[in-house]
Design a protein around this ligand. Sequence first.
Ligand code: AKG
Length: 294
Amino acid sequence: MFLPPPPRNALWQHFPRAMNAIASPEVSEHVATLYRDGITALKGAFPREWVERCREDMMTAFWEAIQRPGGAVGRGPRRWYVETHPQAFRGFVDLATHPWVTGMCEAVLGEKYELVEIGFDVPFQGAKYQPWHRDFPSTPESFRDRRITSLAFNLTGVDVTPDMGPLEIANGTQWEEGSDWKQKMFPPQDQWPRYASVAVRKYPQAGDISCRSALTVHRGTEHPSPIARPVLVLGADAPGAGHAALHDMMVTRDYYEAMPPKLREHLVCRVVDTLVPITQKHDIEGLVSEARAY
Ligand SMILES: O=C(O)CCC(=O)C(=O)O
């Protein structure tokens, strides 16, 4: 069933019970936007040089992952998702401890939020429109109780231009139930015009961070540019949301010990002597099969 986004003046009633009373006014405003639209963003969180290092780290991890089975998962033609180790990104600690990221996590997911995933999407020249989708099925806490129990933070590695297949997101669709959709993640094609009618194309610039519910219906678009568009994904859960089981973050002991203690409290990871390559468990299979179907 399609529920239209709540009117602006009704926003506060949709805040999670866990909403942290001491959230800053800026974070509160972003939480309100997130609850209304299913996505919000902070401009200029990091300097350009920091983002350039992050882009380099994503591309290094991509070329390593694409060479081994299960390393890079297809998300449609010329488009992949790679899940990696936190320490593959020189800026991981900066991102995971950025005050806006921690503030959003605390306000929406509660003070015992869990960081469960780090990875990136990368479309290349020739990537096609994806089918409209969400990243996992909704649960009654979300569609019935209107709580957001997980967040995806995205950070672009490049200044996004219209020819780089920008992310398109259908505002307000995070509350739709979707129980009768294919894999509970892919709305039927006869509904696509409705998503297109409320969709917004996103053109983030280097340094911006967005925060969305992965349930907000979205798609990557056609990418004719020769410039790849890697985008970092940091996934966070409320306790009990269960997405950590789909991932396998690991860090070496020296890295773990050097992490800020507060980050240690939130990172769901194994501490290992030697990092082993991740074989991904969270595969949105429909993005490959559905891409072939139209
Ligand atoms: O192109 C993007 O930024 C997002 C792609 C996407 O939604 C996905 O692969 O699940």
